[in-house]
Design a protein around this ligand. Structure first.
Ligand code: FES
Length: 108
C-alpha cells in the first residue's frame, strides 16, 4: 500500500508499505529512518510514550478505533490535535492504502 509520511522537518516521503509484516506506522517510520533513533517508538509500541504521535491527514480512510490505552496516552501527550493518533497502534493493512500522516513534534 502507499503511505505518505511527512517527517518532523516537513519533508514528504511516499512509501510502498508492506501489509504482510504486521508492521505499524511507528515501525514503518523507524524502518525508513524518517525520525532519528531514540525520538520515536521509545516505549516499543505499548501506547505508553506518545513519541509515535502523528496527525492523520486523510479523512476518507477509516482507521481502527482507539483503545482506552491510546486515548489515555493522548490525553497526557503534548501537541495533541483532533486528528492525533499513536502510530504504534495503527497497523498496516490493505484498507489503509493512501493514508497520509504527519509526525507530531518531538516532546521532551
Ligand atoms: Fe510509545 Fe507508540 S511507541 S506510544
Amino acid at each position: 500500500i502507499k503511505v505518505t509520511v511527512v517527517d518532523r522537518n516537513g519533508k514528504t516521503h511516499e512509501i510502498d508499505a508492506p501489509t504482510d509484516m504486521n508492521m505499524n506506522i511507528m515501525e514503518l517510520v523507524r524502518a525508513y529512518e524518517l525520525a532519528p533513533e531514540g525520538t520515536i517508538g521509545i516505549c516499543g509500541g505499548m501506547a505508553m510514550c506518545a513519541s509515535c504521535q502523528c496527525y492523520i491527514e486523510t479523512t476518507d480512510i477509516e482507521l481502527p478505533e482507539m483503545s482506552v490505552e491510546e486515548e489515555d496516552m493522548l490525553d497526557q501527550a503534548f501537541y495533541v490535535k483532533e486528528n492525533s493518533r499513536l502510530g504504534c497502534q495503527i497497523f498496516l493493512k490493505d484498507e489503509l492504502d493512501g493514508l497520509k500522516v504527519t509526525l507530531a513534534p518531538e516532546s521532551e
